[in-house]
Design a protein around this ligand. Structure first.
Ligand code: AMP
Length: 220
């Protein structure tokens, strides 16, 4: 049973780590950013509302984010655990999540805080590409797909996120520092924080996380 939260600045590798962990633990990867992007693609009212904020590098409201997560956590596949990626992003969201989990008699096992410096993260994000269909993450030089523009896993189209530009990434770093970074102390105080250096390869991060969770590095 794994109930995990992935924390860390934009580009730290939360999505890539989540892909690797879900393969191993068989728990759903819940990315609020991916859910919002799907809504934008489908032109839903939620997507239309969220796009304005996302294109500016700002956060959508706590209310929207919490509603998305609550609805998703109610689904059957979350009964054996879940991996939250990109949520919570504010102390208010974390408090709301705690209240929701408490009310359901469950709690988070670990919050994995991925740490890397902003210069490296910027380079990663400018080169980052994402599958439009399944959300798998690539990088134009460090982790390209086998066939250019095509997802290795589902054959979907690979694209460059409109918020992965230098200007927007700078704003997202600012938002992270001011609104999300306080969660590090929040979860440290809860005694569930696991800090991992995310400056190296995805494999290195995965190994450090597996070791930090007290598991064996046996299948990578
Ligand atoms: P991500 O894919 O996690 O980088 O998220 C992309 C964008 O979606 C963010 O820059 C925010 O605009 C929005 N977003 C995702 N998750 C949240 C959240 N928990 N709270 C507020 N906004 C969010």
């Amino acid at each position: 049973m794994y109930r995990l939260i992935l924390l860390g600045p934009p580009g730290a590798g939360k999505g890539t780590l989540a892909d690797n962990l879900t393969d191993r633990f068989n728990v759903p990867h819940i990315s609020t950013g991916s859910i919002l992007r799907r809504n934008i693609k489908e032109g839903t009212p939620l997507g239309k509302k969220a796009k304005e904020y996302m294109d500016k590098g700002a956060l959508v409201s706590d209310e929207i984010a919490m509603r998305i997560v609550e609805n998703r956590l109610k689904e059957d596949d979350c009964k054996n655990g879940f991996l939250l990626d990109g949520f919570p992003r504010t102390v208010n969201q974390a408090e709301q999540l705690d209240r929701y989990l408490d009310a359901n008699g469950i709690s988070v096992d670990k919050v994995i805080d991925l740490v890397a410096d902003e210069e490296l993260l910027m380079e990663r994000m400018i080169g980052r590409r994402v599958c439009k269909s399944c959300g798998r993450i690539y990088h134009i030089t460090a982790m390209p797909p086998k066939t250019e523009g095509v997802c290795d896993f589902c054959g979907g189209e690979i694209y460059h996120r409109s918020d992965d530009t230098e200007e927007t990434v700078k704003k997202r770093f600012f938002v992270y520092r001011s609104q999300t970074a306080p969660l590090i102390d929040y979860y440290r105080n809860e005694g569930v924080l696991l800090t991992v250096d995310a400056s190296f390869t995805p494999e290195y991060t995965l190994k450090a996380v597996i070791a930090g969770l007290g598991l064996q590095n046996d299948n990578n």
